[in-house]
Design a protein around this ligand. Structure first.
Ligand code: AP5
Length: 216
């Protein structure tokens, strides 16, 4: 199963990518997590990407596409790409890469949801920077505030979740990423899910769509 996740900030892509990984044993490739990992380790990629990520802008296509090519070299046939592609140029590069590997994409899952609810989610999000697991202070809080239930590590609020940066990320999404909805619809790969439904409902909808090969 080869799947990409598409949708605005806060739509639940990371949450569902982790679920899909657990449920189907797919490799989860989350570009935001990989970039943040590189930034915190101070790698050359992280140094180049840091300013873009902190300002809520997209990291240049060539850097991110090269990063994904490296990730996919080690990936088995099945994966979920969370946060890639984010521009038409990235989508074309992915198509070319998968065609070379003779492993076409099965589906593009589009998380659709009303803006104000997504912005509220980001304001309440707490993340384990080590594992990428997220909580929501209102709807899904950890047992002890600021501490991950799983590994007892500290939870943080992401720097790019500040309201002014969230506004920028949404604007960038509308301009550069939203056109991919039509790109994948035309390719017959688009599956729409209601991002505002419960985590379990969304997970079941994705699993059913993938299992049945249904397309919206
Ligand atoms: P990235 O980390 O990918 O951020 P994003 O796409 O903006 O998405 P988020 O991680 O903010 O949200 P999400 O949809 O994963 O929601 P989550 O599951 O956490 O990218 C960050 C930056 O990296 C970009 O701005 C850019 O600079 C750079 N970058 C990344 N990829 C790039 C690329 N391809 N090209 C160029 N640059 C790139 O959920 C949010 C909250 O809601 C959580 O608190 C969660 O617990 C809660 N929640 C989730 N689902 C539900 C639900 N169904 N009901 C109630 N609460 C829920």
């Amino acid at each position: 199963m080869r799947v990409v996740f598409l949708g605005p900030p806060g739509a639940g892509k990371g949450t569902q990518a982790r679920r899909l990984k657990e449920r189907f044993g797919l490799q989860q490739i989350s570009t935001g997590d990989i970039l943040r990992g590189n930034i915190s380790r101070g790698t050359p990629l992280g140094t180049e990407a840091a300013d873009y990520v902190q300002r809520g802008q997209l990291v240049p296509d060539d850097l991110v596409t090269a990063m994904i090519e490296r990730e996919l070299e080690h990936a088995p046939a099945g994966f979920v790409l969370d946060g890639f592609p984010r521009t038409v140029a990235q989508a074309r590069a992915l198509d070319a890469l998968l065609t070379r590997r003779r492993t076409p994409l099965d589906a593009a899952i589009y998380f659709k949801g009303e803006r104000s609810a997504l912005v509220a989610r980001l304001a309440a999000r707490w993340t384990n920077p080590r594992t990428g697991r997220t909580y929501n202070a209102i709807t899904n809080p950890p047992k002890v505030a600021g501490i991950d239930d799983d590994d007892g590590g500290p939870l943080i609020q992401r720097e790019d979740d500040r309201p002014e940066t969230v506004a920028k990320r949404l604007e960038v999404y509308d301009r550069q990423t939203r056109p991919l909805v039509e790109y994948y619809r035309k390719a017959g790969k688009l599956v729409e899910v209601d991002a505002l439904a419960s985590v379990t409902f969304v997970a079941d909808r994705i699993a059913a769509a993938l299992g049945a090969g249904a397309r919206a």
